[in-house]
Design a protein around this ligand. Structure first.
Ligand code: NAD
Length: 247
């Protein structure tokens, strides 16, 4: 039970990597606050005693502050919410840029700003906490048609390093995870907009040197590790978990 005694907040936990991570953290003994903008998706957690569900839109700063203030304790924050914009710089609009940066980056600024004072107060005021931010393989590798996504997910790495540097002596760690292509509901939605979805799926698989997509439950163990005290000496790092995409 690597997370026994820890309380974790996860954004976008309704499906995909966020949900797999919530289940994995709960299995390791954490009390998990699983949040998502889509409250219906959270019904899937019914009957799980150490998973508490709260509807939370990470674009709503006041709501973030309230959810965090209402938690009985806070040791782990997993910022999983994010949005994939498709297109090159020539196709991007100001509105799309703003939306993606708000969801992929500003939401992490807001949750961390609300969570940090609680983490700094842990351990009798000595501070204790782990923040894990969702970046992407496109944070570190150029991928076609991911101009806004790549820019916003690269910002997540800078944001994470900055928080790590500021609080390295105060017990709070901050790291980023960079998955390759993961077979989640939103990936399927992105595939479905192509004229030939089967061909589109083949092309997504072709980007992966292992010849397959990841499953969400293959990303969750890295999140659990970074949440746990096993990673106590690790901060300010970004971890690729991408089936070899960045070899
Ligand atoms: P998903 O995209 O299938 O699900 C995303 C969840 O986010 C949904 O439950 C949705 O309701 C929720 N959400 C959307 N807007 C929200 C908001 N404003 N507030 C709170 N929740 C909101 O899940 P996924 O594919 O596992 O992606 C999760 C994260 O992982 C994202 O940040 C994504 O960019 C990142 N990521 C995904 C992949 C991939 O291939 N799937 C790869 C690398 C990184």
């Amino acid at each position: 039970m690597r997370l026994q005694g820890k309380t974790a907040l996860i954004t976008a936990a309704g499906q995909g990597i966020g949900k797999a991570s919530a289940l994995a953290m709960a299995a390791e003994g954490a009390q998990v606050w699983a949040t998502d903008v889509n409250a219906k998706l959270l019904d899937g957690y019914a009957g799980m005693p150490n998973i508490h569900t709260v509807a939370l839109d990470v674009l709503d700063k006041a709501a973030i502050r309230k959810v965090i203030a209402d938690m009985p304790a806070l040791d782990v924050l997993f910022n999983c919410a994010g949005f994939v914009h498709a297109g090159t710089v020539l196709q991007a609009t100001d509105e799309e840029w703003e939306f993606a940066f708000n969801l992929n980056v500003r939401s992490q600024f807001w949750t961390i700003q609300a969570a940090l004072p609680r983490m700094l107060a842990n351990n009798g005021g000595k501070g204790s906490g782990s923040i894990i931010n969702m970046a992407s393989v496109v944070s570190v590798k150029g991928v076609p048609n991911r101009f806004i996504y790549g820019a916003s997910k690269a910002a997540v790495i800078g944001l994470s390093k900055s928080v790590a540097a500021d609080f390295v002596t105060q017990g709070v760690r901050c790291n980023a995870v960079c998955p390759g292509t993961v077979d989640t509901p939103s990936l399927q939605e992105r595939i479905n907009v192509y004229e030939d979805p089967a061909e589109a799926r083949k092309n997504f698989v072709a980007r992966q040197p292992m010849g397959r997509l990841a499953q969400a439950h293959e990303i969750a163990p890295l999140v659990v590790f970074l949440a746990s005290d096993e990673s106590a000496f690790i901060t300010g790092q970004s971890y690729s978990i991408d089936g070899g995409m960045t070899i």
